[in-house]
Design a protein around this ligand. Structure first.
Ligand code: FPP
Length: 231
């Protein structure tokens, strides 16, 4: 199934903690299981013709979690970049990664590793954007300040869009939230203005091809009008 209508997908990867708790495991083990899902999910979206996947790895609000859990997530992301992503960028000429969010408070060595892997390759056929210390409100304020600093006195949607962390990545056609909660959680507030939302009960570590097809199938039942009328 390939359709140019589904070019960019964003995912709120929720449910790792509940997945672990249900199995009598500690929450961090849910994040370990969650990290293992990333590569197969990217491969499936690629196979069906998607060019950009934006994943919510860590929000500006996630620092409120216990330090142990925050440390585990940071270490997991580092390990994932070293063990999986670097190799993918080297061997797969169509894959690159970018980070969206404010990396300033990200601990070392993760922060340097993010910059390093992002600089390994850019503008390839398939981009995975990882939202790290990302908040939609923070992004809008950051973009407005950056545009102002660059000398723009009057802002337009086009100007502000250019200064978003997402840069040239298209706005998501589809935003999937796993874990069953109906909220936006400060994710892509600007870019999601006309995205189709699909909420699945599936917990992120269980987000397999069947769940992907359910979300994509739901997307294709929608009639996107962007505020206009059906033609
Ligand atoms: C939400 O589940 C998940 C997170 C806050 C962390 C997700 C991060 C990873 C899977 C690692 C990402 C790595 C890369 C390279 C992208 P939750 O803990 O809020 O689950 P709950 O709602 O069941 O408590």
């Amino acid at each position: 199934m390939t359709d140019e209508r589904l070019d960019t997908v964003a995912i709120i990867t929720d449910g790792n903690g509940r997945w672990a708790t249900k199995r009598g495991l500690i929450r961090s083990q849910g994040h370990v299981a969650g990290a293992k899902r990333i590569q197969p999910v990217l491969e499936t979206f690629r196979r069906i013709g998607v060019h950009n996947v934006i994943m919510y790895a860590f929000s500006t609000e996630n620092w409120k979690r216990p330090k142990d859990e925050v440390d585990t997530i940071m270490k997991l992301i580092y390990k994932y970049l070293v063990d999986v992503v670097e190799d993918m960028i080297k061997t797969d000429k169509e894959f690159c990664i970018k980070f969206i969010g404010d990396l300033t408070p990200i601990p070392e060595p993760l922060k340097s590793k993010c910059i390093e892997v992002e600089n390994m390759a850019k503008d390839r056929a398939f981009t995975c954007s990882v939202a790290l210390n990302y908040g939609g409100r923070d992004e809008i304020v950051h973009a407005a300040n950056a545009a102002h600093a660059a000398g723009h006195e009057t802002l337009t949607e086009e100007i502000l869009s250019k200064y978003m962390y997402t840069g040239t990545t298209p706005d998501p056609d589809l935003i999937i939230r796993t874990g069953g909660n109906f909220r936006v959680s400060n994710f892509l507030l600007w870019q999601g203005a006309y995205s189709e939302y699909v909420i699945l009960d599936t917990l992120w570590p269980d987000f397999d091809d069947a769940a992907i097809m359910k979300a994509v199938g739901e997307f294709y039942t929608r009639s996107r009008r962007f505020g206009g009328l059906d033609r």
